[in-house]
Design a protein around this ligand. Sequence first.
Ligand SMILES: NC(=O)c1ccc[n+]([C@@H]2O[C@H](COP(=O)([O-])OP(=O)(O)OC[C@H]3O[C@@H](n4cnc5c(N)ncnc54)[C@H](O)[C@@H]3O)[C@@H](O)[C@H]2O)c1
Length: 140
Amino acid sequence: MDHEVVRDRFAGTDVLLTGAGSGIGRATALRLVDEGADVFAVDANERGLAATVAAASGPGRVVLHVADVSDEAAVVAAVRGAVSALDKLDGLDFGYYARIRSPLGPAQPEQIAATIAFAASHDASYLTGVDLRVDRGSHI
Ligand SMILES: NC(=O)c1ccc[n+]([C@@H]2O[C@H](COP(=O)([O-])OP(=O)(O)OC[C@H]3O[C@@H](n4cnc5c(N)ncnc54)[C@H](O)[C@@H]3O)[C@@H](O)[C@H]2O)c1
């Protein structure tokens, strides 16, 4: 499914993203990279991360990092690795909750990634304390 990319929306932005080797995490990594971010992609599954790197076309870049984020020391090492690889960090994503209950069919990872990209962008800078539902209107 194609989504309109907001060109350069994340140019100069450095992000650490977990679960980036599959599903919503991969779709979010690819979306942010498409929009200019450099992504430090963390996952326990090295093959999944390699597939994410292979699918990324830029203009941002993906740096892969294999780690189990249930291990506190591994998380500290990942953050240090991200700062070292990217020079700075503008955003951290250590997981998110997706509630997708739609009679119209399940949301695709790319649809959730589009919402995450909006919520992480300056366009959402005055957005506070809300749940964003990605359910095609089944909860109104
Ligand atoms: N409620 C719903 O309807 C619904 C729908 C979709 C997804 N979700 C939730 O959203 C989340 C992501 O879903 P998804 O479809 O992208 O899942 P996915 O299985 O495709 O991807 C999860 C990724 O996290 C990685 N991972 C798991 N444990 C890890 C750990 N300890 N350290 C590092 N990496 C680890 C896996 O290797 C995998 O690459 C899940 O928690 C899922 O339950 C909920």
